[in-house]
Design a protein around this ligand. Structure first.
Ligand SMILES: [Zn+2]
Length: 284
């Protein structure tokens, strides 16, 4: 196991709209392996996505999603990439809907997560393998001439969410804090909403081309900027309502977020987003 703490923050926001080929290689009851770029692939299980990197010395996998999905993935990897076991399994954060089933890979893989994830996995009773290697701010995993940088920018969605940067594939894997042109999920639960905006701003300094979210289709760095813009508009609108002494119901009627009407889930989640932001700002 070879690990080196990387130094220096990657700079330069590069806004490119070119996505690498993303042909669906195989599907099986809403499961699929989809090529992203170079040696990096997406693993889809219904509405959840993770990524994995294939190297000559084995595979770096990320969120297992759940035990059944992980068993399917393990079998597919064995067929497609024989002789290349999963050497590392990296969790994006401690939530059960993304990282259940990690034990499927624990026979060959070292499990890696942010240092706060372990306690949350235990306290929440998430059915998965516990992290064996943890870190506080950043860590780079090297394997077979390839690498992935693990970056923690502070509390956002949960207190232990990390983003994963694959420099050779110019791809960033980001779970639950961005969905291209779609509202954030429902009532924004288990989140530090100021921290979430700060983390998106820090992600904007990274140099990559392809955004691989934990839900929905691939995007670009512009989606991070747009998502931060949405959250800031939501925060400003709700705060103005609170300052004006409005009730939650009044704020739901007045904060229309008109500029985002075309985004996915606008009709179903706008009021829930307002409710989550109202609760957060009221508790500050
Ligand atoms: Zn989550």
């Amino acid at each position: 196991m070879r690990q080196i703490i990387s130094r220096g923050l990657l700079a330069c926001l590069v806004v490119l709209s070119v996505l690498a080929g993303s042909a669906v290689a195989q599907t099986d009851s809403n499961r699929a392996i989809i090529h992203i770029a170079g040696d990096l692939y997406r693993f889809q299980n219904q509405y959840h996505f993770s990524v994995f990197l294939v190297t000559p010395d084995g595979i770096i996998a990320t969120d297992p999603i759940n035990a059944e999905a992980a068993a399917w993935l393990k079998s597919e990897l064995g067929t497609r990439f024989p002789g290349k076991p999963v050497k590392y399994l990296v969790y994006s954060h401690s939530h059960a809907d993304h990282i259940s089933g990690g034990e499927i890979f624990a026979d060959t893989a070292t499990v890696v997560a942010h240092e706060r994830a372990k306690a949350r996995i235990v306290s929440d009773g998430v059915p998965t393998a516990l992290p064996e290697v943890t870190f506080s701010e950043r860590q780079t995993i090297f394997l077979g001439g390839k690498s992935v940088e693990l970056l923690y920018f502070g509390p956002s969605h949960s207190d232990n969410l990390i983003v994963m940067h694959f420099p050779q594939e110019r791809t960033l894997f980001v779970v639950d804090i961005v969905a291209p042109k779609r509202l954030p999920y429902r009532t924004l639960s288990d989140a530090d909403l100021d921290g979430w905006i700060d983390v998106l701003q820090k992600i904007e300094t990274l140099d990559y081309d392809i955004l691989a979210p934990g839900h929905s289709s691939l995007g670009t760095p512009v989606d991070i900027v747009e998502h931060r813009g949405y959250l800031e508009a939501l925060r400003d609108g709700v705060q103005a309502g609170i300052d004006a002494g409005k009730s939650l119901d009044e704020i739901k009627r007045s904060v229309t977020l008109e500029a985002y009407r075309e985004w996915g889930s606008y009709d179903s989640w706008r009021e829930m987003n307002i409710e989550g932001m109202y609760r957060f700002l009221s508790s500050q």
